[in-house]
Design a binder for this molecule. Structure first.
Ligand SMILES: *[C@@H]1O[C@H](CO)[C@@H](O)[C@H](O)[C@H]1NC(C)=O
Ligand SMILES: *[C@@H]1O[C@H](CO)[C@@H](O)[C@H](O)[C@H]1NC(C)=O
Ligand SMILES: *[C@@H]1O[C@H](CO)[C@@H](O)[C@H](O)[C@H]1NC(C)=O
Ligand SMILES: *[C@@H]1O[C@H](CO)[C@@H](O)[C@H](O)[C@H]1NC(C)=O
Ligand SMILES: *[C@@H]1O[C@H](CO)[C@@H](O)[C@H](O)[C@H]1NC(C)=O
Length: 428
């Protein structure tokens, strides 16, 4: 009985009355004895029409995996490694509250905007703030973000939530009642402009309530450097954290970054075009990407006690070649049922082909050969760059099972895959 919807509604009412302490109250209830039961609404009759709507619709958010204890999932990745695509596996699950890169707001707040290079002022403090935000989001205090969003939200409402449209929960009822009946709100991805236009500014109190109404929380980030930086979260008794570590061939990552951030990678593009390395080219970013990726993978595979059962290494290339099977493996790891919406989304977005990784951009992919797509970087990088990268990242490449090339001919011969067959089993 203590887990009934009345309790939830009471708590919700309390949250409306005592604005600030409210979410905390709700959050505390998460660690209480009624965990999953609180969030179920089938066969109950909540009086609030918004919540009833949530329970009556045939896209029942709680229909799947409502019996599993609350999970806290992190898609832990690096820029241009395919994390947006992977995040969709969770975003499309109606029982999961998914947030796309919330740490963006903290990084913005911590960088010195008068400095052209936008340097982070204090790395240790930044990582601490990242963990605080993750913990608060996992426990559904979405309003914790107000400390970092600029301009500062007024009355817990903001028009500046980073990539809100990438989170289905933030673009569907009850956060956005206007989304009822929209095809884009039920299957697939609303485009970037649709959601803010249709739904108006984001009410963060409602976002917190939406989070509580779903059974699990998933967050995608590319801003945490190494898995070791997450240790206090894996050890936190309030959380049941599952880290999906997404890696990708660093040569592919570089090629993708060069395309996506051409301004920042101008020196690299000159290098690529002229086969001569400009002296001012910045090798440090890709070097630290490689180092962080290897360090985290090594740590994860060593399976230390604080990470046991909480770490899964996934290569983007494997996922792109076999998305459905990999999605199943990922869901098995997080301990949840894969919802039919997830399957549907995968079927619609990967038909006969892999998505072209991060180049994938809320559009249905064309029917290209998947092998060619995941290794298309081999046609877009000069051998000179590839050779340099192989020197900088040789340990990472060998650890993750990416073959080196020793000539231009090797590099361009796509029929010869550079992705070795590997399975990364952690010691049990
Ligand atoms: C920000 O960067 C500028 C230019 O590098 C520097 O003069 C200024 O002191 C920095 N501000 C802080 C708070 O570190
Ligand atoms: C945000 O939503 C809450 C909960 O429904 C509501 O009480 C509050 O008035 C809303 N805020 C604004 C500014 O509309
Ligand atoms: C590198 O140069 C090749 C050949 O000039 C070009 O086709 C390719 O698009 C370039 N790659 C990038 C990432 O700019
Ligand atoms: C990577 O290169 C370094 C320095 O050349 C070498 O010592 C190391 O053995 C190489 N590692 C692998 C895995 O090839
Ligand atoms: C590409 O690699 C395949 C497999 O190793 C080989 O049979 C083929 O001859 C190569 N093609 C070229 C153009 O070198």
């Amino acid at each position: 009985m203590e887990c009934s919807w009345k309790t939830v509604l009471l708590l919700v009412c309390a949250s409306l009355g005592i604005q600030y302490t409210a979410i905390r109250t709700l959050r505390d209830s998460l660690s209480g004895p009624c965990h999953s039961g609180v969030y179920q609404c089938q066969s109950r009759q909540p009086k609030d029409s918004r919540w009833r709507a949530l329970c009556d619709g045939n896209t029942l958010p709680m229909e799947a995996s409502s019996s599993a204890p609350r999970r806290h999932i992190l898609v832990f990745a690096t820029t241009r490694s395919g994390s947006s695509f992977t995040g969709q596996f969770f975003n499309q699950h109606p029982g999961i509250f998914y947030v796309f890169e919330p740490l963006y707001h903290i990084q913005q707040a911590f960088t010195n905007s008068t400095n052209r290079l936008r340097r982070v002022l204090d790395r240790r403090a930044l990582l601490g703030a990242y963990r605080d935000l993750l913990l608060n989001l996992y426990t559904c205090d979405v309003r914790f973000l107000e400390n970092y969003i600029r301009p500062e939200p007024q009355e817990h409402v903001t028009g500046s939530f980073f990539r809100r449209s990438s989170s289905r929960a933030l673009c569907s009822p009850p956060v956005c009642p206007e989304a009822w009946g929209e095809a884009s709100a039920t299957v697939g991805q609303p485009d970037e402009t649709w959601c803010p236009k249709k739904c108006g500014p984001l009410n963060l109190t409602l976002a917190s309530m939406a989070c509580l109404s779903r059974s699990h929380v998933a967050i995608k980030t590319v801003r945490v450097p190494a898995v070791g930086d997450l240790r206090t979260l894996t050890e936190d008794p309030r959380l049941d954290l599952r880290i999906v570590h997404l890696v990708r061939d660093p040569r592919a990552i570089l090629a993708s970054r060069m395309t996506a951030f051409s301004e920042q990678f101008r020196a690299w593009k000159i290098w690529n075009a002229t086969a001569r390395q400009p002296r001012y080219v910045d090798l440090s970013q890709i070097t630290s990407t490689c180092r962080d990726m290897a360090e985290s993978a090594e740590m994860g595979l060593q399976n230390p006690a604080w990470l046991r059962g909480r770490y899964l290494l996934v290569r983007y290339e494997d996922l792109a070649l076999n998305p459905e099977e990999k999605a199943r493996e990922i869901y098995r790891f997080v301990g949840l049922e894969m919802d039919k919406n997830v399957q549907l989304w995968i079927a619609q977005n990967t038909k006969n082909s892999a998505p072209s990784a991060p180049e994938w951009n809320y559009k249905y992919s064309t029917t290209r050969d998947s092998k060619a797509t995941t290794e298309s970087w081999r046609l877009r990088l000069s051998f000179d760059i590839v050779r340099t990268l192989q020197t900088l990242c040789n340990d990472t490449l060998s650890l993750l099972g990416y073959r080196l090339v020793h000539s231009v001919t090797d590099l361009r011969n796509i029929s010869n895959s550079l992705v070795e067959t590997r399975s990364f089993q952690t010691v049990l």
